[in-house]
Design a protein around this ligand. Structure first.
Ligand SMILES: NC(=O)c1ccc[n+]([C@@H]2O[C@H](COP(=O)([O-])OP(=O)(O)OC[C@H]3O[C@@H](n4cnc5c(N)ncnc54)[C@H](OP(=O)(O)O)[C@@H]3O)[C@@H](O)[C@H]2O)c1
Length: 255
């Protein structure tokens, strides 16, 4: 037995929402570890710049994750240019509504579920049919600790992430033994997505919430996604790694 071997040499990986934040860090970790990576997001210029920064031949396509035709185009292009798809990281997500679920604006609720739940399924279907059914692979869904808790403000988002955690288990059962399907559930991570929670003076207060006394960095999440995507996690499927500095296990309030 040697150390943990997480290289993903020559594997082909698609990372949705790979132009910024957690997705970009995941793409960079996989590319540095030998994978041939395709990143996607909506903005072509940001994607192109991110791919150049990631290096290692990183490719990019502009695609809205919830546009089925665009998704099929990315999968087709990846197959014709790179020959297989071994890793899919469903990372892109949205949070267009803040407020109580009982007052949720239904079009925004629908959008939340379209982007955060239906799209990961659609991308999984596409890569399964194009490559993984025959050749195997690993899918990692980026969920959230919000999938385990209630919230005054982001209940709709949390419900979509909770459903994504169960979609992870369901697909893991259905796609075994060829494909492993796992998830990560981050707490607060320093990205644009959650800026309103950590910008400026709020960061110190947010860090206090976590037993490990800091908020997450994108690399905290990328390392776990990289591990789950690699053969080092070869006997893990249907599971979720919580990456939250201990936020979920902090002492409850005294009553
Ligand atoms: N940051 C946190 O505290 C935190 C905590 C828990 C879970 N998460 C999860 O982590 C994942 C990544 O979030 P992040 O914090 O890294 O966010 P981020 O920094 O805002 O990056 C989001 C990425 O997704 C892309 N994207 C957004 N909507 C898209 C769409 N409809 N189609 C295609 N691409 C889209 C963005 O590019 P474009 O805008 O150019 O499309 C960008 O590349 C999400 O699933 C999020 O729910 C984040």
């Amino acid at each position: 037995m040697t150390g943990i071997e997480t290289n993903v040499d020559d594997k082909v990986a698609i990372v949705t929402g790979g132009s910024r934040g957690i997705g970009k860090a995941v793409a960079a970790a996989l590319a540095a570890s030998g994978a041939r990576v395709m990143i996607t997001s909506r903005k072509a210029d940001v994607c192109e710049a991110a791919a150049a920064e990631i290096g290692h031949g990183c490719r990019w396509r502009a695609a809205n994750v919830s546009d089925a035709d665009a998704a099929a185009g990315v999968v087709n292009d990846t197959m014709s240019e790179l020959g297989s798809i071994d890793i899919l990281v469903n990372n892109a997500a949205t949070n267009p509504y803040a407020g109580p679920v009982i007052e949720a604006d239904i079009p925004r609720w629908d959008k939340t579920f379209q982007v955060n739940l239906t799209s990961p399924l659609q991308w999984a279907q596409l890569v399964w049919n194009a490559s993984m059914k025959e050749n195997g692979g690993a899918i990692v869904n980026v969920a959230s600790v919000g999938g385990f808790v209630t919230s005054r403000y982001i209940g709709s988002y949390n419900i979509s992430k909770s459903a994504l955690l169960h979609l992870t288990r369901q697909l893991a059962a259905e796609l075994s033994p060829q494909v492993r399907v796992n998830a990560v559930a981050p707490g607060l991570v320093k990205t644009d997505f959650a800026k309103f929670l950590w910008e400026g003076e709020k960061e110190a207060a947010a860090a206090e919430h976590y037993p490990l006394r800091r908020i997450g960095e994108v690399d905290d999440i990328a390392k776990a996604v990289h591990y789950l995507a690699s053969d080092a996690a070869g006997w893990i499927t249907g599971q979720t790694i919580v990456l939250d500095g201990g936020g979920l296990i902090r002492f409850g309030e005294e009553i």
